[in-house]
Design a protein around this ligand. Sequence first.
Ligand code: NAD
Length: 260
Amino acid sequence: MLSNKTALITGSTSGIGLAIATALARKGANIILNGLGDKALIDKIILDLRTLSLGQVHYNPADMADPKQIHDMMSEAEKKFGGIDILVNNVGIQFVSPLEDFPDDKWDTIIALNLSAAFHTTKAVFSFMKQRKWGRIINIASAHGLVASPLKAAYVASKHGLVGLTKVAALEGGGFGVTCNAICPGYVWTPLVENQIESTAKARGLSKEQVINDVLLAEHATKTFVTVEQIEALVLFLCSPETANITGAALSIDGGWTAH
Ligand code: NAD
């Protein structure tokens, strides 16, 4: 059980983040949700989580590309819950383009959201976790934190950076009961991947079926998508006492992709 723990999950109004928030809520943690989206949909997510949660559920709409809004969210969390015990840096976006056409503003936004946001949140929680002698920082990186694919310059660079940040936080937190690990999923069926199927089909002149079978699942030895349930199970495991010595790791959950 994670009662008396507070978890912040960035980008948790959809996909992997929402699944992780739901799993942690079921285990009794107070939850700080974050993410964009339609207000009615977010209200429904909050209501659903409050129904199943044993702890409190709070939502903060910070735009994770904006350091000022991140700092305000972290201060609010500290005032409301005393501090964050479990930080899941999940927010992330994708953009697919040949390198020579890659828009500068997309590069900047992807680096800000997929990498810099995790720096700002980690910096904000680190002293508190060290003082408490317990903390879990879980960075949702990607197989693209370990290997590259064409057309994904900013995403691959940001996720490699996130794996690097993970290692530094693990080394600095190691003597204080604070672990930091990266989860590196292969393709997971979420809105992020659904959008990518469309853009990759366009960029490579393929049908959607060809993108799914010949591009995405071509890399998975299992020939199946990773599920959000498999990722939330790994997050719960990383929050358990048995994992005190798992830190600084890039944990693959990618159907064998990076075994190639
Ligand atoms: P998703 O698109 O379903 O969810 C992304 C979440 O981020 C949403 O809640 C969205 O509102 C939020 N978000 C987007 N921009 C934001 C902003 N500016 N400020 C605050 N929140 C913002 O995506 P997903 O597939 O669940 O991906 C979650 C994480 O998992 C990402 O970091 C992604 O890179 C990583 N990942 C996904 C896959 C996959 O195949 N889906 C594979 C490997 C890694």
